[in-house]
Design a protein around this ligand. Structure first.
Ligand SMILES: [Zn+2]
Length: 346
């Protein structure tokens, strides 16, 4: 067994197979801002980068430290295409950590540099555009999100083919933009196209179907078809619970949508037993609305989710802080948090 250790936080240790200890040096123990390593370490950067990629989903803060270390070192000693790749990776970690303003600064800077020097577009620029597109969805910069994601989808289609998993996944992100824009028919057509392709190619069916279940479930809820929405979201949640497990944020991200639908569509009396048994598995340190941000401040929503309209949609939910700040008396609780509801029914 080997250990990856970020030495500025001595009690944080990440157990990983195959890797030896990495010391991430910092300017200052409080800022956690890594400094550039001496030139002798240059040959190690690719390895640190690979470890960072492995850590990105499970430990984004550790991955960020590694990528920043790579970035500063590379910038001092090489300042080449790898430097921009590391910069882009730092931006992606910040996005995963929901530090969206910082993520935008890192990603736009990398994007602007790359779009000048890169022709044709490489994977790093493509991933950078994808991250920026996904941030733009959260920050409601929808024309920008659409431009970026449609371009990524087109590039995927040209490079990987129209049936490639990566192309289909990007198309689902494009459908999400359409949903936020209120173009529900266009969104449904796009998702349906992905579903049809998946049915025809029969490739990695489980995982592919899962992506569509979540997209379809949310869309059907938004167009008022709660029966179909319920079927898809429940399937998606059970799949996540089985394959990603109860410690994954993605599992509870889908569960949150399922729970919101149950409350919104008055399925509570039928589904209470399911809720009680599932909600017991929620980890203590999980956010109230995993993966869901307030439409005004873009922060993760804490506690209940609020709405300003009678017919609230999962796409547009507010946090209490923003409701209070606007002094809006018409706002009401669209849905209590899973945690509050679980406490009441314990
Ligand atoms: Zn807010």
């Amino acid at each position: 067994m080997y250990t990856v250790r970020v030495s500025v936080i001595p009690h944080h240790q990440w157990q990983l197979d195959q890797f030896s200890i990495i010391q991430v040096h910092a300017y200052h123990p409080v800022s956690l801002e890594p400094i550039a390593l001496p030139q002798a370490h240059l040959h190690q950067l690719h390895r640190y980068h690979d470890i960072g990629e492995l850590l990105l989903e499970s430990h984004p803060a550790a991955a960020r430290s590694l990528f920043q270390l790579c970035y500063f070192t590379s910038r001092v000693w090489c300042n080449d295409l790898h430097t921009i790749e590391y910069q882009s990776c730092v931006g992606e970690c910040l996005r995963v950590l929901q530090l969206l303003s910082d993520a935008k600064v890192w990603l736009w800077d990398a994007y602007n540099t790359m779009s000048v020097i890169l022709d044709p577009v490489n994977d790093t620029l493509r991933n950078c555009m994808l991250s920026l597109g996904m941030i733009s969805i959260v920050t409601q910069e929808l024309p920008q999100a659409r431009a970026l994601l449609e371009r990524v989808a087109l590039l995927d289609e040209l490079d990987e083919g129209p049936h490639a998993l990566v192309t289909l996944e990007t198309l689902l992100h494009v459908a999400t933009v359409y949903r936020f824009e209120g173009k529900y028919n266009l969104a449904l057509e796009t998702v349906q196209m992905v579903v049809d392709t998946l049915v025809n190619i029969r490739w990695e069916p489980d995982w592919c179907e899962l992506l569509c279940w979540t997209a379809l479930g949310t869309l059907y809820v938004n167009i008022g078809d709660t029966t179909l929405g319920y079927i898809f979201l429940e399937k998606a949640f059970l799949w996540r619970l089985e394959h990603n497990g109860p410690s994954s944020n993605q599992t509870w991200g889908v569960f949150t949508k399922w729970f919101w639908l149950v409350m919104y569509a008055n399925y509570w009396t039928h589904e209470k037993a399911k809720f009680i048994s599932w909600s017991k598995q929620i980890p203590r340190d999980m956010e109230d609305w995993p993966g869901k941000n307030c439409v005004v401040c873009y922060d993760p929503i804490l506690g209940s989710a609020y709405s300003k309209v009678d017919d609230p949609q999962y796409t547009y939910l507010y946090c209490k802080k923003c409701v209070d700040m606007e002094g809006n008396t018409n706002c009401f609780v669209a849905c209590p948090s899973i945690r509050d509801c679980a406490k009441q029914n314990d």
